[in-house]
Write a new protein. Structure first.
Length: 132
């Protein structure tokens, strides 16, 4: 499967989440759908790279990656989570690579990873304080 297919799914679902959020609707089921599309996007990128080392690394870290997705996309642990922003970041990375702007893609990825690290720290802190 091609990464753009999953980007389109992420966009559609993120719009639905944000609309539900604005209307105080229930969107928990949408987060699971978004999580699945996000994970499939990453898997498809790794496969498209034809890089066996990257593929092995990704597979060996897949449990941790799935856990981090679960934590960072949990709106109870990250109430300010903006799925449209997350989609835009992924789209910008993908477009930069397609257009050959690898340094730009690298910069976006670095910023994204800092954001994910911050979200993970917040989610773990929140989860830990709620379990006490």
């Amino acid at each position: 499967e091609m990464p753009h297919k999953y980007l389109e799914q992420m966009k559609k679902i993120s719009d639905q989440i944000e609309n539900s959020r604005k209307n105080n609707g229930d969107f928990k089921h949408l987060i699971n759908e978004y999580h699945e599309a996000d994970l499939n996007f990453h898997v498809s990128l790794v496969k498209a790279s034809n890089n066996k080392t990257l593929f092995l690394l990704f597979n060996s870290l897949s449990v941790l990656i799935k856990q981090s997705f679960t934590l960072t996309q949990n709106v109870k642990l990250n109430p300010s989570k903006n799925f449209n922003d997350n989609y835009k970041i992924h789209n910008d990375i993908f477009e930069s690579v397609l257009e050959g702007y690898f340094q730009r893609a690298d910069n976006i990825i670095s910023c994204h990873m800092q954001k994910v690290q911050h979200e993970l720290q917040n989610a773990i802190t929140t989860a830990t304080s709620k379990s006490r």
